[in-house]
Design a protein around this ligand. Structure first.
Ligand SMILES: Cc1ncc(COP(=O)(O)O)c(C=O)c1O
Length: 391
């Protein structure tokens, strides 16, 4: 038989999934590997979807989404992000995962290079591969709080570079860049005539500091990516959106047609209810994540493994290099010995091979217990390595 297409076979497997698959088969295991809010979707959002379905709003919609939702998003990005756009610049998709792919599809020619953060969310690389592009990683150093520095990015630019991907707040580090840092990256993109895809899906989950919308510095070259998943605990509803300048927005909307047709109609009405309904729940979830972040940092300080304080999102990277294990082996062994699942750093990029990611989207007691066990495991490994060295 003729060979299958190469690109899907070139996709790297997500290390998060790899651990997840073992974790679901490990009874009583503490799950700190996935980035999924553990809060229920607020009741008024569920009711809005129910009502929409009962009213027959169960059809295909415009590819870029229903007009009332897009109008509400125009208002949201004006108020929250300081962007002055029209409905035609809003593309609602089945989750922001597709918004990202949608942007790559519209921007990339085969062989075009895309700068992505290392460590960064592994899906960027997979999508770039599928879209025919080439991933180039720019380093994020812990010494700089895992925030991107223009000089490091600039070194990676070649004549083939076309796009810079930024993720702020960051998955997996929880780092939040300053307004000045974001502005400098957009200015770099202007100097080299690059596009910017700014993944801001954690924009509402910032504990210290303010969110910065990269597109404010150049709305003509920045595509902003947002989601209902994290802000309203709506991961399974699959509603995200991109804000893009024209003609990019037109082509993104067009590319939705053959790929996904549109996002689910009842879920788009639910998203509208999320946006226009009570917002207290967003602040409550943010406070809960912040409290968990503080608790985890306390445990790390007590155990001598504290390195930095994430300022946003719901993740922390923990340096486990003392255990002298590859991060995949570390995670598998930790699961076996201590029944704790976390994500191997290497899945986020080569720079994170001595780290693991812990998700704070887990109930407090489990989280604290899981991190304690993780620290104990590192200590036990370090002691046994020392003992072996003395012998
Ligand atoms: C950085 C980042 N961007 C985008 C997404 C996609 O979210 P969704 O497709 O649920 O909107 C995620 C999900 O984990 C993420 O961590």
């Amino acid at each position: 038989m003729k060979p299958l297409a190469l690109r899907p076979q070139q996709m790297k497997r997500s290390g998060i999934r790899e651990i997840l698959e073992i974790a679901v088969r490990t009874p009583g295991c503490i799950r700190l590997e996935v980035g999924e809010p553990n809060f229920p979707t607020p009741a008024h959002i569920i009711e809005a979807a129910h009502r929409a379905a009962q009213e027959g709003k169960t059809r295909y919609t415009l590819s870029a989404g229903i007009i009332p939702l897009r109008e509400a998003l125009v208002e949201k990005v004006r108020r929250f992000n300081g962007l002055d756009i029209g409905v035609e610049n809003v593309i609602v998709t089945p989750g922001s995962t597709y918004s990202l792919f949608n942007a790559f599809e519209v921007l990339l020619e085969p062989g075009d290079e895309v700068l992505v953060p290392d460590p960064g969310w592994p899906t960027y690389d997979t999508q770039i591969t599928l879209a025919g592009g080439v991933t180039t990683r720019y380093p994020l150093y812990q010494a700089n709080g895992f925030r991107p520095a223009v000089a490091d990015l600039e070194k990676m630019i070649t004549p083939k570079t076309k796009v810079i991907v930024m993720c702020n707040p960051s998955n997996p580090t929880g780092a939040v860049s300053t307004e000045d840092e974001i502005r400098q990256i957009v200015e770099l993109a202007q100097r080299y005539d690059l596009y910017v895809i700014s993944d801001e899906v954690y924009e509402e989950l910032i504990f210290e500091g303010k969110p910065t919308t990269a597109a404010r510095f150049d709305p003509e070259r920045v595509i902003s990516i947002y989601s209902f998943s994290k802000t309203y605990s709506m991961t399974g509803w699959r509603v995200g959106y991109a804000i893009a300048p024209n003609p990019i927005a037109t082509w993104m909307a067009r590319a939705c047609e053959p790929n996904v047709a549109c996002a689910s109609e009842p879920n788009q009405w639910a998203a509208l209810a999320a946006l226009t309904g009570p917002q207290e729940v967003v602040g409550e979830m943010r406070q809960a994540y912040q409290r968990r972040r503080d608790l985890v940092c306390d445990v790390l300080k007590e155990k001598g493994l504290f390195q930095y304080m994430p300022n946003g999102a719901f993740y922390i990277m923990i340096d486990v290099s003392q255990a002298q294990m590859d991060s995949y082996d570390f995670c598998k062994e930790l699961l076996k010995v201590k029944q704790v699942a976390c994500a191997p750093g290497a899945t986020f990029g080569p720079s994170a091979s001595g780290l693991v990611r812990v998700s704070l989207a887990t109930a407090e007691d489990d989280l604290v217990e899981g991190v304690r066990r993780l620290c104990d495991f590192v200590e036990e490994r370090a002691v046994s390595l020392k003992t072996a060295a003395v012998r």
